[in-house]
Design a protein. Sequence first.
Length: 250
Amino acid sequence: MKTLLARLRWPLPALLAWAGAWALFVALQALGSPVLLALLAATVLGVGFSILAGTWWRRFATGLGFPLSLALSGAAALPAWAWLLPLALLLLIYPLNAWHDAPLFPTPAHALRDLAGKASIPKDALVLDAGCGLGDGLKALREAYPTVALHGLEWSWLLRALCALRCPWARIRQGDIWLADWKPYAMVYLFQRPESMPKAVEKARAELKPGAWLASLEFEARSLQPQATFRCPDGRPVWLYRAPFKPRKG
């Protein structure tokens, strides 16, 4: 289930994030913290809220709203280079070459609880969450397949580190999901977007071995015939395709 903040109508989430960042900045200043430390802490809070936004422009609006408003207000005297800190923080979490992939949005809790009944894999199989973000997909996969070896791949090194803390039982690596080798895996799980699904299909066709599964939350591979499908508790579909893949009928 989405958090309360994620369910609020835009731009209210951004306004709440900016207000929270300003409140933290003012509180730290009142406690005598250096202005640079207060700027960094408040920016971290705003960028943390930006993770809940569903599009890149909303993430940047949420994450950069506080430092931009601070700069325009003239409320703090900072060296010119200090204003690069918020942008650097955003780029650490959202690397440039990851912008063309799916926005960071977590797999809902228990979304994959029916997966094992639809897609059978060996108990000691390797399963990849391609673009694991903060690890919600890995947790859902673990609920479905408690005995498999779970791997996560995430381009952002910061998200990779946070995911590793949340999912110490999985192997989390930093890297590009499109350059990684999918051959060892009995299942590759995706929560991408419609625009990137053709690329995922091309890679799955080239690399997944016969019998391996491609599982996609919400977005279907329109060129493939699904082996099975089911709906999460929140109503979104999970599409399952098995190699060798069959073209969609009709």
